[in-house]
Ligand binder design. Structure first.
Ligand SMILES: [Fe+2]
Length: 343
């Protein structure tokens, strides 16, 4: 398999090619025209767009970008975006031409982070970087899980496996699993507790474009379509587990369940919670007057993975709704808990 980095910046996009079949890993929206030129010039047909996670530092492809490239978008099952065509889980194998691409779930930087293992190499996204690792302080981040993913899963690969990271800030391009096991000071000789403590003390500023990037990438909506609340307000949204929501629904004063996914998701694979009210994200602002009766009642906001619903919940709070909660983990967690769904 041919593996090539296309951006030449610290934010990396990889081209994978087998014969005339190609995949792009983590394409950046601004460079869409360049990617198309490269594919065309080499006579490559784009089969897949593989995302290693929901990015907070750059805009992922929009609906239009996806159509221009004409390939299916692949992301982990817990990825919030409605623009994903194929959801994958740990152990799934994708085929590019005759070659295998294996999905390794590596939660930590985000809940939906994956690494893609290809012959002799692994694309590690923001999980394992050269001499470093991706930050774990964004909403949904978890340093302990990241330590487990790196030390138990990635470090279990053969030592000579080439590592292609999602970022590098020092001009490096590749490493190997063996070199990272030996030299990566985040992990070498560190216990899980030491790693969690270290990651909690990084004190990194949020990326400049987090406000524009994260919520657009999570929701599939452009900022002009939906006025997003501040990331800090979204992170502060109180959440309820699926079991807690189910208990409330069975009580004498059940909350209103507001499902902010797209209409096709509401009736799609995951279904919806029986009795929930569908109000897609882009319709929420104009539907607020109809929800006025719920200003003092409890509202639980629901989406696919709990990210869009946290944004929608913050919008409701700003509009004066006083008892807004988020269904943690969204319909993915609800169905994992084997709670009732309607289609
Ligand atoms: Fe990232």
């Amino acid at each position: 398999m041919h593996v090539e980095e296309l951006n030449g910046t610290n934010c990396k996009t990889y081209l994978l090619a087998v014969g005339a079949s190609a995949a792009l890993v983590d394409p950046v929206r601004e460079r869409l025209a360049t990617y198309r030129q490269i594919l065309q010039a080499r006579g490559l047909k784009l089969a897949m767009i593989l995302e290693t996670h929901t990015h907070a530092d750059h805009l992922m492809l929009s609906r239009e970008g996806k159509e221009l490239l004409g390939a299916q978008v692949v992301m982990h099952r817990e990825s919030p975006s409605p623009l994903v065509d194929r959801h994958v889980e740990d152990g799934d194998v994708l085929l590019l031409g005759t070659e295998r691409i294996e999905v390794i779930h590596c939660p930590g930087h985000t809940p939906d982070s994956v690494s893609y293992r290809v012959p002799d190499a692994v694309l590690t996204g923001d999980t394992l970087l050269i001499g470093g690792s991706g930050r774990c302080d964004f909403p949904g981040g978890d340093a302990g899980k990241q330590y487990d993913a790196v030390t138990r899963r990635l470090f279990a690969l053969p030592d000579d496996t080439t590592v292609y990271p999602g970022h590098d800030y020092k001009g490096k391009t590749t490493s190997t699993i063996g070199a990272e096991k030996r030299d990566n000071r985040r992990f070498a000789g560190k216990t899980r507790d030491e790693y969690v403590a270290l990651m909690g003390q990084l004190g990194l500023p949020f990326p400049e474009k987090i406000q524009q990037s994260l919520q657009v990438n999570q929701s599939g909506f452009e900022a002009a379509e939906v006025q997003f609340p501040l990331v800090a307000d979204v992170a502060a949204m109180p959440a309820l587990s699926p079991a807690e929501v189910a208990a409330k629904l069975a009580s004498a004063t059940p909350p209103l369940l507001l499902d902010v996914r797209e209409p096709e998701e509401f009736v799609g694979d995951l279904g919806h919670v029986p009795g929930s009210l569908p109000v897609p994200m882009d319709a929420l602002a104009r539907r607020l007057p109809k929800l006025a009766g719920y200003v003092d009642r409890e509202i639980v906001v629901v989406c696919r993975a709990g990210a869009r619903s946290a944004s929608a919940g913050a919008i409701l709070q700003q509009a004066g709704f006083r008892h807004v909660r988020n269904l943690a983990g969204g319909m993915v967690a609800w169905t994992d808990a084997k709670l009732p769904v309607a289609h």
